[in-house]
Design a protein around this ligand. Sequence first.
Ligand SMILES: C[S@@+](CC[C@H](N)C(=O)[O-])C[C@H]1O[C@@H](n2cnc3c(N)ncnc32)[C@H](O)[C@@H]1O
Length: 194
Amino acid sequence: MKSKKYDNLAKIYDLIDLPLEWKISKFRKKLLKGLHGKVLEIGLGTGKNLKHYPSDVSLDAVDASQGMLSIAEKRNKDARLHRMDAEKLSFNDNSFDAVVCTLSLCSIEKPLNALREMKRVMKKNGKILLIEHVRSRNKAISFFQKIASPVWKLMFGCSLDRDTGKSIEKVGLSIESEKSIFLGDVFRVFICRK
Ligand SMILES: C[S@@+](CC[C@H](N)C(=O)[O-])C[C@H]1O[C@@H](n2cnc3c(N)ncnc32)[C@H](O)[C@@H]1O
């Protein structure tokens, strides 16, 4: 589990992410508002989702980076935060009513492993809620994403051109809904089931 990049970025992350957050925050709120029961968040980062969880949610949240978790801790009220690899979760099978992951599948080294783990720890009737930036269906945009991705990854630790919809299906999850929310079809919300 690599964490150095985000440990280094942690103190300035919220600042550099400000323009995007201005657009995305309302989608976080909408995504999380109906949740209840036991919820797991993957790649918590600095904890931007924390304020949007309903008060009756029992939340566990994991991140690889202690630097990011330390910032999230300041925003935390009563979630259990864990430094843990999303590709190797230490939770039991069928433990959570919902698994949330926002803007993190782009930076997890092997997203298929993380999706398999999300599926494993989610209860049979649970759901996985994702906000991700993904490879566009528009050829010109996806070409730009492909050439810009290596530099972006070096700077910010995330890939710009992942086909996350395909990965979701590859691990045997079904996409209940998929909605484009920002920059054409680049930023999308996925709701997935077992
Ligand atoms: C771009 S940030 C997104 C943070 C947050 N989810 C948000 O919506 O603002 C990606 C986060 O994923 C975490 N991450 C990357 N690889 C991980 C892994 N293998 N296991 C757990 N967290 C990981 C990083 O440490 C970072 O905090």
